[in-house]
Each structure stands twice: as structure tokens, then as C-alpha cells.
Design a protein around this ligand. Structure first.
Ligand code: 1HN
Length: 351
């Protein structure tokens, strides 16, 4: 009793104090400290999956409602279910499905956000980056560096859909967005297709090439080559208990990740693979390219097949199980940012 009587006036005194300092835009740290500095990551994101078969019709239907030119970018944004309205799939990253129909052009612009494209379906559409076009095929990983002019077009006879990954929430957080539109829909083409892979993608560099910038000079990493590399390596490599056989995409000039704000990966897991639990501080977006299986994220299982996209939030325990065929998963995250800041952590829960 005595204690209560002593505490009540004290808390009234605190409430009164909070009220008075509030007018000066001041607040007591001790009331929020526990929520600010948590012992392990407590992300607002939740695990989620987008089954391509369930949403493909909507992506195509968007093509009858608005042109790529009018929309500038005709994209259905994949929003994390716990962060609706914020245009993000994790706290730091954005993902969406973009449609380009035959004959269309998505007009040229540039911005300080970096973009990656991961081709889901279609064959033969192109993106132009800094005066060079690259023709895209399913499974290709294509880069649009920050502040590079880019427009997309489709001279083929079929629709193309790709997944866009951008660092939009991160750049928004940093208040570092700049953007410009080009006066013409399409930028001038100054180099033939294949120029950048010839210069930078053959294990050589032009002799006077200055030591690298923050983004890879190769802007298309074709699936055919990635897949062949994984297939060759599986003959001698042991399967990693968590990841199978996992490669990171790199800038050939620096050896660093291909992009400064997003890390990208491709992994092969054989049929019947039962991965061990793993977690890391980078929330990860996965796209299935081949095979069928499921990923247990926390205490729920998410079944996936080709062209499905799913998200594993930061520090969620997860393991992959391959059920049908060999599985190939593309993935991306903000790992490179976290590593540069000395923040990235991972934990393998291998028994
Ligand atoms: C953008 O420029 C593209 O160039 C796609 O294809 C999606 C989302 C937000 C802001 C810019 C593109 C985008 C975007």
C-alpha cells in the first residue's frame, strides 16, 4: 500500500513533465528505449508468397487498361501484406511485376534508385541502358544502375513480364531521390548490343580500364550461362546444408556485388534436398526459376514452383525443401548495404 501511494504521485509528476516538455518537441527516451534497441531484429514485414499462376492474368489485364507509355512503368507492386500502401516488399526493398507488350515503349528516364530486372516470361524484349540495348530472356538478371538513362521496348511478338527489384524504400529513407525524364521516348543508341559483355564479361578488361565504380559494367547476366555454371559445379561441389549450391552475382572489375544497394544470388538445390534452418539479417526476396518445393519460414510452409515470388523477412528462420525436379532460386536482398556498414549477421542452425 505504502509503495503504491509513493508511486502514484511520482507517475503523475512524470506525466505532467512529459506534457510540459511535449510542447517543446521533446520526449523521454526511457519510455521508448526498449522498443528502439531490441535484442534481436523485430521486423514489421511478414513472410508472403505470390503464386504467378494466380496473378498472371491481372498482370496481362493491366495491359488492356493502360499503355506502357501512359503508365511510364506499367507495374503491379508486390506489397508486403503487413506494409500495404508503402510500396515495399521488405523494409528496404521494392518489388513489382512489369508488363511490356509487343510494339510498346516504356519511355526513357533516370533516377537515383537502382533497379534490377529478373525476367519471368517472354523472349526478345529489350532494355536500353546508357546507349546500349540488351535483349532479354527468362531467368536473365539485368541491371539498371542509379542515374542511368533507361527505356524498355518489345519488338517481339509476345508479352514480356519481369520482376523489378528496386531500392526505393532505402532511398526514400535517406531522402536521396532525384529523377529526370528524357525529352524523347527512347534514348540514342551509341553502342551495339553485346558491347558491354564483350568488354567486361569475358574475363578480360580493356587495358586502361580504371579500377571500378560501384556498379557492374555488365548489365545482363544471362540465365543460360548462370545455369550452365551451376550444372558444371555440382559435379564436384558438396551441397551446402542450407543453400545447396549458391552463387552471388559480382562486378567483374571489383569482385564486389554487382550493385551497390542490392545483392543478388542464384542457387541450385537437387531434387529431394532438405535444407537446414538458416537466418540472416537481410530480408530476402526469392523467385523460383525451376523445380518445385517449399520453404518453411518460421512455423509456416510456403509451397513454390516456377515464377513464384516469396519473401523471407529479416532474421526469420527458414529452410528449403525440394520436392520435384532440381530447384533453381534467384534471390536478392540489401545484404551488400548491411555488410558495408558492418551490420550483417547470419546464423546456420545445422544440427
Ligand atoms: C522504374 O524506373 C522502373 O525503369 C520500374 O522499369 C519500376 C518503380 C518505381 C520507380 C521507378 C523501370 C519502378 C521504377
Amino acid at each position: 500500500m505504502a509503495i503504491e501511494q509513493e508511486q502514484k504521485p511520482a507517475s503523475n509528476a512524470r506525466a505532467d513533465f512529459y506534457h510540459r516538455i511535449d510542447k517543446h518537441d521533446l520526449a523521454p527516451l526511457w519510455e521508448v528505449l526498449g522498443a528502439l534497441v531490441v535484442p534481436t531484429p523485430r521486423t514489421p514485414c511478414v513472410p508472403a508468397i505470390w503464386h504467378y499462376d494466380e496473378i498472371r492474368d491481372y498482370v496481362l489485364e493491366s495491359g488492356s487498361l493502360i499503355t506502357a507509355k501512359e503508365a511510364i512503368r506499367r507495374v503491379l507492386v508486390m506489397e508486403n501484406p503487413a506494409l500495404r500502401g508503402q510500396s515495399c516488399i521488405t523494409n528496404t526493398l521494392y518489388a513489382g511485376l512489369q508488363l511490356i507488350l509487343p510494339g510498346e515503349v516504356a519511355p526513357s528516364h533516370r533516377h537515383t534508385q537502382s533497379a534490377l530486372r529478373f525476367v519471368i516470361e517472354g523472349q526478345g524484349a529489350y532494355t536500353a541502358v546508357d546507349g546500349e540495348r540488351t535483349i532479354m530472356s527468362p531467368g536473365d538478371f539485368v541491371i539498371t544502375p542509379q542515374w542511368a538513362w533507361h527505356d524498355h521496348g518489345n519488338d517481339s511478338t509476345e508479352p514480356m513480364v519481369w520482376l523489378d527489384g528496386l531500392d526505393i524504400p532505402l532511398i526514400r529513407f535517406l531522402d536521396a531521390s532525384f529523377a529526370e525524364e528524357l525529352e524523347t521516348d527512347e534514348q540514342a543508341i551509341s553502342r551495339p548490343s553485346g558491347d558491354s559483355p564483350a568488354r567486361y564479361g569475358q574475363g578480360m578488361l580493356p587495358v586502361d580500364h580504371e579500377r571500378g565504380g560501384v556498379v557492374s559494367p555488365i548489365f545482363n547476366y544471362p540465365y543460360a550461362r548462370t545455369r550452365e555454371a551451376l550444372e558444371t559445379m555440382r559435379r564436384t561441389d558438396e551441397w551446402d546444408p542450407c543453400h545447396g549450391l549458391k552463387m552471388k552475382y559480382v562486378n567483374p572489375v571489383t569482385g564486389d556485388y554487382a550493385m551497390p544497394t542490392m545483392s543478388t544470388f542464384m542457387q541450385l538445390m537437387p531434387k529431394g534436398f532438405e535444407g537446414a534452418d538458416y537466418r540472416s539479417t537481410d530480408g530476402m526476396i526469392y523467385v523460383c526459376v525451376e523445380g518445385r518445393g517449399r520453404t518453411v519460414i518460421g512455423d509456416k510452409s510456403y509451397s513454390w514452383g516456377p515464377r513464384d515470388t516469396f519473401v523471407v523477412p529479416s532474421w526469420y528462420k527458414h529452410r528449403h525443401i525440394v520436392e520435384d525436379g532440381d530447384a533453381v532460386l534467384f534471390s536478392f536482398s540489401d545484404r551488400t548495404v548491411q555488410q558495408k556498414l558492418g551490420l550483417w549477421r547470419e546464423e546456420r542452425l545445422v544440427s
